[in-house]
Design a protein around this ligand. Structure first.
Ligand code: ADP
Ligand code: MG
Length: 238
C-alpha cells in the first residue's frame, strides 16, 4: 500500500463550544486528485485551513510529507472559498501576483505571465484588481496558486462565480497540472457530476469522516443520502 502524503489523524476543531470537526481521520496519497464533499457547515473549509497550515492542530495531528503543514506552506497553492478585499485598492493583477512571493514584479515577471496565461488572464496583467469580474478575479486567485510549481493545490469551491465554461477550464487545468507535475490536488466542490469525472478519490465528511473511495463507490444514491440527507438530489446538492 502507498504511504499517505497528507495525514489527518483524530483532528477535532471547535469554534467556542461548537464542534466543527469531530475526531476526523483520513489520508491522501501523493499525486492523487481528491474531492472533499459534504453538506454546508460540515467543516470542509475548516479542514482545508488545517491542511494548508493556516491553523495548527491542538487536538489531533495534521501532517504533509511528514512535516507540519505550516512548514510546507510555500509548497502549497491555496484558493480560499472567500477572499475579500477593498476594491478601491489601486493594485494591478501582476502586483497582486507578486505579493504571493514577496518579490518585485521584474523578478517574477516570467512566472506571473506563465500562470496568468494558464488561466487565460494574460491580457489583464496591468489591469486594476478591483475592476475584474467575479469570475476573472477567481481565475487570478487560481493563477496565484499556480506560481512556483506547487506540490499541492487546494481549491475551496473554485467554481463559485464562474460560468460553466470557466468551471471546466479550472478542472482541466487542475488535471493538467496533476499530470505534468504530479501535484496532489484537493478540491471542495458541490458539483458531483464534475467530481465524478475529474477526481480519483472522494472524501465525504460531516464533521467526521463519512466515507472515502473512488467516485464510483462513493457517489451512489445511498451514500449521498447518508451524507446530505433525504431531501437531496443525487447530482446537485445545493
Ligand atoms: P463548510 O466549508 O463545510 O461549509 P465550514 O468549515 O466553513 O464548513 O464551517 C463549519 C461550521 O463551523 C459551520 O457551522 C460554520 O458556521 C462554523 N464556523 C466556521 N467558521 C467559524 C468561525 N470563524 N467562528 C464560528 N463558527 C465558525
Ligand atoms: Mg466552505
Amino acid at each position: 500500500m502507498k504511504k499517505d502524503y497528507i495525514i489527518v489523524n483524530n483532528l477535532t476543531h471547535t469554534y467556542g463550544d461548537f464542534v466543527a470537526l469531530n475526531n476526523i481521520s483520513f489520508g491522501i496519497t501523493k499525486g492523487d486528485i481528491v474531492a472533499i464533499i459534504g453538506p454546508n457547515g460540515s467543516g470542509k473549509t475548516t479542514l482545508l485551513r488545517y491542511i494548508v497550515g493556516l491553523i495548527s492542530a491542538k487536538k489531533g495531528v495534521v501532517s504533509v510529507g511528514g512535516k507540519s503543514p505550516k512548514d510546507m506552506r510555500k509548497h502549497i497553492g491555496y484558493v480560499p472559498q472567500h477572499f475579500t478585499f477593498d476594491r478601491t485598492i489601486p493594485i494591478t493583477v501582476q502586483e497582486f501576483m507578486a505579493l504571493e512571493s514577496c518579490a518585485k514584479i521584474e523578478h517574477e515577471c516570467k512566472n506571473i505571465k506563465k500562470a496568468l496565461r494558464a488561466v487565460g488572464m494574460q491580457k489583464f496583467a496591468r489591469q486594476k484588481l478591483g475592476t475584474l469580474s467575479g469570475g476573472q478575479f477567481q481565475r487570478v486567485m487560481i493563477a496565484r496558486a499556480l506560481l512556483h510549481e506547487k506540490d499541492i493545490l487546494v481549491f475551496d469551491e473554485p467554481a463559485t462565480g464562474v460560468d460553466v465554461a470557466g468551471e471546466q477550464t479550472i478542472y482541466d487545468l487542475m488535471k493538467h497540472i496533476n499530470k505534468e507535475r504530479g501535484s496532489t490536488c484537493i478540491i471542495v466542490s458541490h458539483d458531483l457530476s464534475i467530481v465524478s469525472s475529474y477526481v480519483n478519490t472522494v472524501i465525504c465528511i460531516n464533521k467526521t469522516l463519512v466515507c472515502q473511495g473512488s467516485p464510483e463507490k462513493v457517489i451512489t444514491p445511498k451514500k449521498l443520502k447518508a451524507l446530505f440527507g433525504a431531501a437531496t438530489g443525487v447530482y446537485h446538492s445545493h
